[in-house]
Design a protein around this ligand. Structure first.
Ligand code: SAM
Length: 225
């Protein structure tokens, strides 16, 4: 359930060493958040590329989040048995309703990357308020993202793409940033993973569907800073 007792009261009360034992004592907190991470493909792809960056997936489905937890545990163990003992210690998952409890997990300006990959479309217009990008939620996303941080969105649903893009464009704390600029800033590996690493992204490829990417930068200056 979404009962408040299931959630940390605030990010400060979270013991991140439970999630990232290898980073205990470093004071590090998650910098990448994958909202609605599903089966965890993005996190698993990015973990070895940015081994010093802590990453957290949020997934509302109990079985799916459990699967990801088991998957990460297995990868950590396997990595020990192979030549890459230090891999996957920087990635973890929580079962959480990200639309309600994001700020229970992340402090102000703590994230450098926020991912919304192939979110549920909620086609019918009366369900638009159920969408993960909405004017109210954008204020929260701007709060947890540090100035200069990036929101990555991708979907195979054109209407949802237009919806996410128009809301992000209309929000004063975000500015659009194109793919070429991001690649020139070294974000190529992230973009490649956004396009191809997730289970939903692979399904779209199998079905020869189109993928619509839209990325935004959390602006550097704002009245609240
Ligand atoms: N991002 C993954 C991918 O690209 O493979 C999963 C995409 S799937 C279509 C959308 C996921 O978002 C589902 O796993 C669903 O359970 C999850 N989800 C939906 N609403 C959520 C919420 N409020 N909080 C966390 N996860 C949510």
């Amino acid at each position: 359930s979404d009962h408040a007792l299931d959630y940390p009261e605030s990010p400060q009360t979270i013991d991140w060493s439970v999630h990232y034992p290898a980073f205990a004592g470093t004071g590090k907190v998650p910098e990448f958040a994958d909202v609605g991470c599903g089966f965890g493909g993005l996190l698993i792809a990015l973990a070895p590329i940015y081994p010093d960056t802590l990453m957290l997936g949020m997934e509302i489905r109990v079985q799916v989040s459990q699967y990801v937890e088991d998957r990460i545990a297995a990868l950590r163990t396997t990595a020990v048995e192979t030549s890459t003992p230090n891999q996957y210690h920087n990635v973890s998952i929580v079962r959480a309703n990200a639309m309600k409890f994001l700020t229970n997990y992340f402090t102000k300006h703590s994230l450098s990357s926020l991912f919304f990959l192939f979110p549920d479309p909620h086609f019918k217009s009366r369900k638009h308020k159920a969408r993960i990008i909405s004017p109210t939620l954008l204020a929260e996303y701007a709060y947890v993202l540090r100035p200069g941080g990036i929101v990555y969105t991708i979907t195979d649903v054109r209407d949802l793409h237009e919806w996410m893009k128009s809301h992000l464009e209309a929000f004063p704390l975000f500015e659009p940033i194109d793919e070429a600029t991001l690649r020139s800033e070294g974000k190529g590996p992230i973009l490649d993973a956004v396009y191809t690493s997730t289970e939903e992204g692979k399904k779209v490829e199998r079905n020869k569907g189109e993928k619509w990417l839209a990325c935004f930068r959390r602006i550097e200056v704002s009245r609240e800073d």
